[in-house]
Ligand binder design. Structure first.
Ligand code: F6P
Length: 326
């Protein structure tokens, strides 16, 4: 028998489409298991400030299709301090909360891991970030929606790029990783994809563009991850322009549009599975772990691994991108 009677749920870090679907799944799975559910607003900040509200089944009606997060989110510096975590613990104790589901990315899990080293209230994580850069899960909530948002935007840019015979550099999110860039680049048939994981790409990009010109290729779409080593799409464009003076170059930064919008059915279903699995894990006395999806099965991954180990970019995907862009 589980000792858990009441759980909290929060979203933290950058929001991602599908977070609401995860909140819904956590809430309803908990209620099904006769647990009380407390929504913690504004992430760890709300935990420290005791910004709590009880969630009932109807509190999460009509949210599965909505982007953003009904619980709000924040990046919280105070939770990085022992004083902040102590206050969080006292608030959880005072409200008789026996376990917490945290929905977010690596910053969220790092905080949860430290908290669980210090205090005995178990935290279980649900990976929610458009970046898909969490070790131990094939997909994070929001990634698929962001890819579709990028694809829709790039398709439109391609129309105008082609009409004007232009070279476009399109910057997508991914502060430290190229998962969005690589997959969206393949989906949009990009001529080249520049990501932080691959170094010294400028020379090969220039020679690829040169070859294209010889073949009378009139327009090009280059996808650039924001964390790319040259410093993003504008910087890359400046360096390329110098060698291609006759070519009309434009830059588009897609920005936060990638974080919003109604989640795809893939993200809604992943969020529903992961939210359900997180509550099951708490009921099974698990702690300091994230629930992930590996080969379409739910897997439990210790925070220790999820935050320390680096998720590798797929070599196969890189090769496919290269081959298909010739
Ligand atoms: O959510 C992750 C992420 O999208 C990164 O790719 C990006 O660099 C960052 O968030 C920007 O977030 P913010 O505007 O909240 O600082």
């Amino acid at each position: 028998m589980t000792r858990i009677k009441k759980i909290g749920v929060l979203t933290s870090g950058g929001d991602a489409p599908g977070m609401n679907a995860a909140i819904r799944a956590v809430t309803r799975t908990a209620i099904y298991n006769e647990l009380e559910v407390i929504g913690i607003r504004h992430g760890y900040k709300g935990l420290i400030e005791e910004n709590f509200k009880q969630l009932k089944s109807h509190s999460v009606s009509d949210i599965i299709q909505r982007g953003g997060t009904i619980l709000k989110t924040a990046r919280c510096h105070e939770f990085k301090t022992s004083q902040g975590r102590k206050q969080a613990y006292e608030n959880l104790k005072k409200n008789n909360i026996d376990g917490v589901v945290v929905i977010g990315g690596d910053g969220t899990f790092t905080g949860a891991r430290i908290f669980n080293e210090e205090y005995d209230i178990p935290f279980v994580g649900v990976p929610g970030t458009i970046d898909n850069d969490i070790y131990g899960t094939d997909y994070t909530i929001g990634y698929d929606t962001a890819l579709n948002t990028v694809a829709e935007a790039v398709d439109k840019i391609r129309d105008t790029a082609s009409a004007h015979n232009r070279l476009f550099f399109i910057e997508v999110m991914g502060k430290e990783s190229g998962f969005i860039a690589l997959r969206s680049g393949i989906a949009c048939g990009a001529e080249a994809i520049l990501i932080p994981e691959i170094k010294n790409q400028l020379a090969s990009l220039k020679s690829q563009l040169e070859d294209g010109f010889k073949r009378k290729k009139s327009s090009n779409i280059i996808i650039v991850a924001e964390g790319e080593e040259e410093g993003g799409a504008f910087q890359i464009a400046d360096k390329v322009k110098k060698d291609f003076k006759d070519y009309s170059v434009r830059v588009t930064v897609l920005g936060h549009i990638q974080r919003g919008g109604s989640p795809t059915s893939f993200d809604r279903v992943s969020a529903s599975r992961l939210g359900y699995a997180a509550v099951e894990a708490l009921c099974d006395d698990q702690k300091s772990s994230m629930v992930g999806i590996q080969h379409d099965k739910i897997a439990l991954v210790p925070f220790r691994k999820a935050v320390k180990l680096h998720k590798e970019i797929s070599k196969e995907m890189l090769e496919i991108a290269n081959i298909l862009s010739i």
